[in-house]
Design a protein around this ligand. Structure first.
Ligand code: ADP
Ligand code: MG
Length: 698
């Protein structure tokens, strides 16, 4: 029998395959490009392309594609076959170095936020040799970046790679100051935990809201939700287990390190966590994971819902972005070490993160802002929209002692001199199971928990890497000029703690009192919705920081701001239109039909038995008629709100009209419709209920 070890990565053109199929010289050049970003010359590219093609064809591939991540948030591909006509009428399979390195998809329909006039619609894709090529179906997929001819990034990978480089640059300066001579580069690594729902396909197919918007727009609360806490880590049902087995196999073949799987809090909700990897690979793999989840679900008669809030009343889905920084020698820079030097270095990196999160709270919030995620943040189930950092009591106490020149009351009770003393041993705080913090230190990494389940993790990591690079830059500038390194270091760490301790919060993030304290006493930002936060992307301090590290140009930022607001608007407008459609064509007619049948029953009863007063039927018909009248009025109000959105003169105005007018109107229509559902006989209700959807997979 084939074991996992036999087929793991079998569809990936990875280091093993490269070694086996490339000449020693070509392999060396390619490796240099991968590790150090060296230019690849065409003869090497030709050799790699040819080996890649032979390998792919031997695995049954017929096509290749440049696989990229445009600003739609999903991946894009355009397949070209390898076939080239031969003079004798047959075909040969060909793939050149030029085709490997650069592609020119006709990409005029991808969002560019004004970066690309339609007359120069042809963006180009450029191979990212740091992420391995792989075979999906019958297609060799080559991970690529996507840019306009002017060189503007039109995708999520380009700024992600730039942000990794920015962090590498600044972290290397710091490591040099600490005397780390043999480190060649620093990389950030990420392990994204992915939440999702599974519902039966035949039920999904009957709900226009799920089909058009990925979430339910109507639905009365079922008698049972998640209140028994009996789903979280519960026994996995056989049908779900079969899905997970199949999913793991597909992912493993693609080299995705799928590791942990379990049931989540809500019924029908599950999670998959991979072993962490380098950020850009983790990002590619997470995109692949989401895609494969949907494909495999279909094979099992299921639909995988990746929406942040598919059901009201039970938990939505997020993505926990576990993030850390490590050297090419495998040293995690967020792990306390054993020598005074290592400890001081650890504290400096820790402080860099604290400072980054405090200085750029807005960018972190913006990175996770979508219409879908707005339903979670601040809804007492996901971290709040206010960004804060959980450090745990022990580490907080150590920082406190350093700030105030107090003896640390841990093991040794003495003053800590950074760079001279060893940090007291502190246990990993057990309260790191605190799930309410948006940004938690969990011993050797930070867990950023505000991401939505359908989000690409690229944006969050771009902002995180850039903001930390900025802290490190400020530190390096100062330390490089310092007369006495240890004194300067100590002073700087103290100053960071003093200036940024307001961002540290170890308590319950779901508590309303915290939001009050955070905003009123600590002056932290609270942007509950996408329209609230998104315009701040263009605040001077943000533009200055991101452009100074070469992560984005100002033009690229402006285009992204527009695209993200546009996305928000389009998403909610589709939802509102779907609600109007369902209310008019399904819900109101169903309630009317039921009312008519009750009325008919009453009339025939009274014909038969004139003495009966049919009080119950009369009351019910009255209630139902009242509900349909209300539903129709609320539908009309929703249409009016939609009209207001349509006449808005800018995308920002449109977004605010949605926040203030459209979304409230949607909620009002939903409330009436859900009430009607509870009063309408089951056989009349036009689509599957919450109960059926949430408990339908057996
Ligand atoms: P838990 O959060 O349940 O304690 P783990 O800490 O083992 O579980 O891991 C959660 C996720 O964090 C996994 O995807 C794991 O690979 C990832 N992870 C662990 N260490 C690191 C690290 N140094 N950098 C980035 N991610 C990491
Ligand atoms: Mg975790």
């Amino acid at each position: 029998m084939q074991t996992v070890a036999d087929y793991f990565g079998s569809m990936v053109f990875d280091d093993r395959v490269m070694r086996a199929t490339l000449s020693a010289e070509v392999y060396r050049s390619l490796k240099k490009t991968i590790d150090q970003g060296a230019q690849l010359d065409l003869s090497v590219a030709n050799a790699v392309a040819s080996a890649m093609k032979d390998w792919a064809v031997s695995k049954g591939a017929t096509h290749y594609t440049h696989w990229f991540q445009p600003l739609t948030g999903i991946t894009a591909e355009k397949h070209d076959s390898f076939i080239t006509p031969a003079p004798d009428g047959r075909v040969i399979m060909e793939f050149s170095g030029k085709e490997l390195i650069k592609g020119e998809p006709d990409a005029s329909s991808f969002p560019s936020g004004g970066l690309r006039a339609t007359f120069e619609a042809r963006g180009y894709t450029a191979w990212d040799p740091t992420s391995y090529a792989f075979i999906k179906g019958k297609t060799l997929c080559i991970p690529t970046a996507f840019c306009s001819y002017g060189g503007d990034a039109l995708d999520k990978k380009t700024p992600l790679l730039r942000s990794m480089e920015a962090l590498n640059r600044q972290a290397m300066r710091i490591l040099k100051l600490f005397g780390n001579k043999n480190v060649k580069c620093v990389r950030t690594s990420v392990g994204p935990e992915q939440e999702y729902f599974l519902v039966p396909k035949e039920l999904y197919d009957k709900r226009k809201d799920l089909i058009y918007t990925g979430r339910t727009l109507f639905g009365a609360k079922p008698p049972k939700g998640q209140e028994m806490d009996d789903h979280y880590f519960g026994v996995i049902k056989p049908r779900v287990a079969a899905f997970m087995d199949d999913l793991n196999e597909e992912l493993w073949k693609l080299g995705v390190l799928a590791k942990t799987e379990h049931n989540e809090v809500s019924p029908a909700q599950h999670e998959l966590a991979p072993v962490f990897s380098t950020t850009n690979i983790a990002t590619d793999h997470n995109q692949l994971t989401m895609e494969i989840m949907q494909k495999v679900a279909a094979r099992h008669g299921l639909v995988c819902l990746l929406h942040e809030k598919p059901f009201a009343g039970v938990n939505g889905s997020g993505k926990h972005n576990n993030w850390s920084i490590a050297t090419d020698k495998g040293v995690n820079l967020l792990t306390p070490g054993e020598t005074p030097h290592e400890n001081a270095q650890f504290l400096l990196f820790l402080c860099a993160v604290l400072k980054a999160v405090d200085d750029y709270q807005d960018l972190l919030r913006i990175a996770v802002a979508t219409a879908g995620n707005d339903h979670r943040l601040g809804a007492n189930e996901a971290p709040p929209a206010v960004v804060s950092v959980f450090l745990g009591d022990e580490l907080t106490a150590i920082l406190d002692a350093i700030e105030n020149d107090l003896p640390y009351s841990g093991t040794k009770k003495k003053l800590l001199k950074l760079g001279v003393d060893v940090l007291p041993l502190f246990p990993k705080d057990t309260t790191d199971r605190n799930r309410t913090s948006p940004f938690a230190f969990t011993g050797n990494k930070f867990e950023f928990r505000m991401l939505g389940s359908s989000n690409s993790i690229a944006c969050a990591n771009i902002m995180l890497n850039s903001a930390v690079a900025e802290s490190l830059k400020i530190y390096a500038d100062r330390l490089e000029d310092a007369k006495d390194f240890n004194t300067a270091l100590h002073a700087m760490i103290k100053k960071t703690i003093k200036d940024h301790k307001r961002i540290i919060f170890n308590g319950n993030g779901y508590d309303d009192a915290w939001i009050e304290e955070a905003t009123l006493k600590r002056g932290l930002l609270n942007y509950p919705t996408t329209p609230d936060c998104m315009p701040h992307l263009m605040d001077k301090k943000n533009v200055d920081m991101l452009t100074s590290h070469g992560v984005y140009s100002e033009k690229e930022l402006a285009s992204r701001c527009d695209i993200m607001l546009e996305n928000y608007c389009k998403t909610v407008v589709i939802e509102a239109s779907t609600m109007i459609d369902m209310a008019q064509k399904q819900i109101i007619p169903a309630v009317e039909k039921y009312a008519a049948s009750v009325a008919r029953a009453a009339v025939s009863k009274q014909t038969l038995l004139p003495d009966i007063d049919c009080g119950y039927e009369k009351e019910l018909v009255k209630t139902l008629s009242c509900l349909t009248a209300q539903a129709s009025a609320k539908t009309a109000a929703l249409k009016a709100a939609l009209e207001k959105v349509r006449v808005a003169s800018s995308v920002t105005e449109e977004a605010f009209a949605i926040r203030d007018g459209l979304l409230p109107a949607m909620n009002e229509l939903r409330a009436v419709a859900d009430e009607a559902e509870t009063r309408t006989a089951e056989e009349f209700w036009p689509f599957p209920t919450y109960g059926e959807l949430l408990f339908g997979v057996r």
